[in-house]
Design a protein around this ligand. Structure first.
Ligand code: ATP
Ligand code: MG
Length: 578
């Protein structure tokens, strides 16, 4: 696999959405339009199976399908490929719809289900039996596998392969009528047991399965396989370009075979590389396992690569779409660096998120020369990137909180923030000086920092331009609100979590430090009215969003969406990333 370069440098020019290069699928569509193929129609679809929540890989497929349709004045359907009732349910259907909408796409009234076509698919099957192209087989699943052969050995014909058309029609009808137990019989395509393409070795089209379907209930006890349903569903919907991931390349000859034998509309299938991300697993089966084993709090855990997880974490649809545009569409599998996704988010939030001050690990500062009981309000800029976002008033008083990390009793070389006898500027406020470290007499723990402020250093005052080497954030103790802040790291500790030695489990690569909950944070009062999902930059700390599940007015909870780049953390390698 090829690794894409990380892109987390400031001002990196990895190509913006506007400047995105074209890709081979867009070029195919353009050529088709030029040649007047499909009467100039472009009709795509996004075809999820409702057996889990969507992940960021699906976002790539969604942006591609809906994006191309929009670009060429075409249509894109949302179709649920719901052929496996034992794994599918309505919760998944609803979550998928919410996620597609959130990404900013609309399927209008084109919400379809493969299960809507069960009757038609059944007729297609009968048509293939009638033309001698399908047969009812009594082999068990295990036997079918044995008869199938291997990549090097051809398979063996089923002893039931030469049943008469009449017998096949009769048995298939009785399969549908419920005369046979689950798994006892299948309907198979009669193709070629010696084909080098295993998919063409008389694949199963229908199986007997008594499972209640989330839409058709108990109407059916035979269900089409994905391979029999997928291509025909595309055909029924008049899809022109059927885009799917590379693993379906080997299925294309089978889909072609069905469509050609049936003599129906034949969409063009085009395969592209699926999205893989470092530090992430992307299969729904594995994500389901994480949820079921309670390794995460749910499908929408902010560490999950699901769209619900990213949304709760604070990702924006714009950042997602830009990311999907930026990674491009290729024919060759690769792994994208997670840092590139984070870059897309920072780029978006930098323009939009108001900046506020919050102290995550507070240490108290007492300004001995500031009158007790007094307070003032200072002007703070909401976003230097966008003057239109205005200013706000931030309360200042005698007792403040600053970040523990911004103070060192014994500062290492190059540490320019607060330490005994040293000065630092408080953002939007004054320069302060630390005079004494007050400790708990019994434990020796630092209780507070006794400081003084220089009144002449306020913005607009005579000494306002006086330079000190660092500016730090703070909140006024009397005015600040208590909050919980959740810091996240990658869910997996390994860049390639699925790359594991034989006999070990990918779950062993889970990062035990992926979540850190800080429960005694102090945030500026401006955040009192922050609504669920609202996003902010906490100055110097990163971008944060109000948690949509656990936050309340009494106990606000913020998720860190992404860090800012912290040059100090780099110097101090191995230390805590703040
Ligand atoms: P998974 O393998 O993660 O379980 P899936 O392919 O089984 O996913 P589907 O619901 O069948 O999930 O996927 C719907 C559409 O999304 C398909 O067209 C599929 O090709 C596409 N898709 C799934 N995963 C990715 C991915 N990682 N990158 C790009 N497209 C993807
Ligand atoms: Mg699938």
């Amino acid at each position: 696999m090829e690794i894409k370069a990380s892109d987390d440098g400031a001002g990196a020019t990895a190509g913006t959405a506007e400047a995105a290069p074209s890709h081979f699928i867009r070029n195919i569509v353009l050529e088709d339009l030029e040649r007047g193929k499909n009467q100039g129609r472009v009709h795509t679809r996004f075809p999820p199976e409702p057996n889990g929540y969507l992940h960021i890989g699906h976002a790539k497929a969604i942006c591609l399908n809906f994006g191309l349709a929009a670009e060429f004045g075409g249509l894109c359907n949302l179709r649920f490929d719901d052929t496996n009732p034992s794994k599918e349910n309505v919760e998944y259907v609803e979550s998928i719809k919410e996620d597609v909408r959130w990404l900013g796409f609309s399927w209008d009234d084109r919400e379809f289900y493969a299960s809507d076509y069960f009757e038609q698919l059944h007729q297609f099957a009968v048509q293939l039996i009638q033309s001698g192209k399908a047969f009812v087989c009594d082999l068990t699943t295990d036997q079918i596998r044995e008869y199938r052969g291997t990549l090097t050995d051809p398979g063996t014909n089923s002893p039931y392969r030469d049943r008469s058309i009449e017998e096949n029609l009769d048995l298939f009808e009785r399969m549908r009528a419920g005369e046979f137990p689950d798994g006892s019989r299948t309907l198979r395509a009669k193709i070629d047991m010696a084909s080098p393409n295993m998919n063409l070795r008389d694949p199963v089209m229908y199986r007997v399965l008594r499972a209640t379907h989330h839409r058709t209930g108990d109407k059916w006890c035979i269900y089409p396989t994905y391979d029999f349903a997928h291509g025909q569903s595309d055909s029924i919907e008049g899809i022109t370009h059927s885009l799917c991931t590379l693993e379906f390349e080997d299925h294309r000859p089978l889909y072609d075979w069905f469509l050609d034998r049936l003599g129906v509309h034949h969409p063009q299938q085009i395969e592209f590389a699926r999205l893989n991300l470092t530090y992430t697993v992307m299969s729904k089966r594995k994500l389901l396992q994480l949820v079921q084993q309670k390794r995460v709090s749910g499908w929408d855990d902010p560490r999950m690569p699901t769209l619900a997880g990213f949304r709760r974490r604070g990702y924006t649809p714009e950042a997602m779409r830009n990311f999907c545009e930026r990674i491009g569409v290729a024919k060759r599998n690769s792994v994208v660096d997670f840092a590139m996704l984070e870059h897309s988010l920072r780029e978006d939030l930098n323009k939009r998120a108001p900046r506020v001050m919050a102290v995550l690990r507070p240490i108290k500062v007492v300004l001995e020369n500031y009158p007790a009981g007094q307070a003032e309000e200072l002007d703070a800029v909401n976003n230097p990137e966008d003057p239109g976002m205005g200013t706000r008033r931030v309360p200042f008083s005698r007792e403040l909180y600053i970040e523990q990390d911004d103070f060192r009793e014994e500062p290492p070389k190059g540490f320019f923030r607060l330490s005994p006898g040293k000065e630092v500027r408080l953002r939007y406020a004054y320069i302060i000086k630390c005079n004494e470290v007050v400790k708990d007499p019994t434990t020796g723990a630092i209780k507070e920092l006794s400081c003084t402020f220089d009144p002449e250093t306020k913005s607009g005052a005579s000494q306002s331009k006086r330079k000190v080497k660092a500016t730090i954030h703070w909140v006024s103790a009397a005015h600040a609100l208590a909050a919980e802040v959740r810091l996240y790291d990658h869910l997996f500790a390994k860049e390639y979590p699925e790359d594991i030695p034989e006999g070990t489990d990918w779950l062993a690569n889970l990062n035990p430090k992926s979540l850190e909950r800080l429960v005694s944070c102090q945030i500026e009062p401006y955040l009192a009215n922050a609504r669920a999902g609202e996003r902010f930059q906490f100055e110097r700390l990163g971008y944060f969003c109000v948690d949509s599940e656990d936050s309340s007015a009494q106990k606000p909870v913020f998720n860190r969406s992404v860090t800012l780049r912290d040059s100090w953390a780099k110097i101090e390698k191995g230390g805590r990333k703040n």
